[in-house]
Design a protein around this ligand. Structure first.
Ligand code: HEM
Length: 302
């Protein structure tokens, strides 16, 4: 187990508090059963079974990023959508996405250090002045901090665009490697909330809204992969790839019914399958141990 991962989780608990039985990040959320239909258009890029023309079962969890489950919905402008695909072999593989294209730290050491600095998180209200002050020490985090300034929460879990943030490699039958990033696009269209509207929402509004929508009809997302080109960084979650990179639609997700019994799933973003590999991104690889420590703590507390 990476010692740094334990330090990072201890640091999250110190800054945000400890909430028995909850995930140490993205504490509040809602779980669903879903169906994924691959259209086969990625078959030349990856041997992954769920991306050949086929249907697979899937589990989905929507979440608010805060490690503190009592934060209002508006205080977590970043929302999460974690998807676990059930493969014919009985194995599983995950895509864990958020409504931000980038992360604020390039390496685990900086993540842990920055958490210690941002004291305002403790009060449940990150101060922009304090975040801006971090720029001098962590210039690579500038893009994310600028993003937070203009960040608008989606109006609903069903209307967010969810990015994998990290790069992965698709590997085809011939062994050729293509760097990709995932992007879930809401079929009902992207809709955001102004910060003022968001502040007025009652706690749990997002969960009630998605519950309503799914009760009426399946909530749908399209899965696109963004195709990286030589020179696009594959090891740096603080950098976006150029906007004009080709996107390929590879399948559709239909969210069908609530699955509270699945709320304990650990969505490890490094859980891969044949035809897909993790990139060299240190934050991505670090998340493996960090999620496992959080899972171990939250399940042993029940
Ligand atoms: C240093 C980097 C990071 C650390 C230490 C970290 C930590 C955590 C932890 C401890 C959990 C709860 C795991 C569990 O108990 O199952 C979690 C959940 C989550 N994280 Fe991260 N995270 C990091 C980076 C990221 C990034 C870059 C993304 C962007 C995709 C992300 C998206 C999510 C999402 C969506 C969840 C909720 C998953 C679920 O619904 O179970 N995290 N994170």
């Amino acid at each position: 187990m990476d010692k740094m991962a334990k330090t990072a989780i201890d640091q999250i608990e110190k800054v945000f508090g400890t909430y028995t039985g909850y995930r140490r990040a993205h504490a509040r959320g809602k779980s669903y059963k879903a169906r994924f239909t691959a259209n086969g258009s990625a078959s030349h890029l990856t041997a992954a079974p769920h991306f050949q023309k086929s249907e697979s079962g899937a589990m989905v969890r929507f979440s608010h990023f805060s490690p503190n489950p009592t934060w209002a919905d508006a205080m977590s402008p970043v929302k999460g959508m974690a998807v676990q695909f059930q493969l014919p072999s009985g194995e599983a593989t995950n895509i864990v996405g958020v409504t931000s294209p980038i992360f604020f730290a390039k390496i685990p050491e900086v993540f842990t250090e920055m958490l210690g600095v941002v004291k305002s998180f403790k009060k449940g209200k990150p101060s922009l002045t304090e975040l801006a002050g971090l720029l001098a020490d962590y210039p690579e985090s500038g893009a994310m901090i600028a993003n937070i300034r203009k960040m608008q929460a989606p109006a609903s879990f069903a209307t967010g665009q969810y990015h994998s943030v990290h790069a992965f490699y698709f590997i085809n039958q011939e062994g050729q490697r293509q760097p990709i990033k995932y992007l879930w696009e809401p079929e009902s269209g992207v809709a955001t909330l102004s910060p003022l509207d968001a502040v007025a929402l009652p706690i749990g509004f997002f969960e009630a809204d998605i519950e309503d929508r799914v009760a009426r009809a399946p909530v749908k997302f399209r899965l696109d992969v963004v195709l990286g080109q030589p020179g696009d960084p594959t090891d740096d979650p603080t950098k976006e790839w150029p906007k004009d990179r080709e996107k390929l639609t590879i399948g559709y997700l239909e969210i069908i019914e609530e699955a509270p019994e699945a709320d304990g799933i650990m969505y490890d973003p490094t859980l891969m399958t044949e035809g897909i590999e993790c990139s060299e991104d240190r934050i991505l690889n670090f998340r493996h141990d960090a999620y496992s420590i959080s899972h171990q703590r939250r399940t042993s507390e029940m």
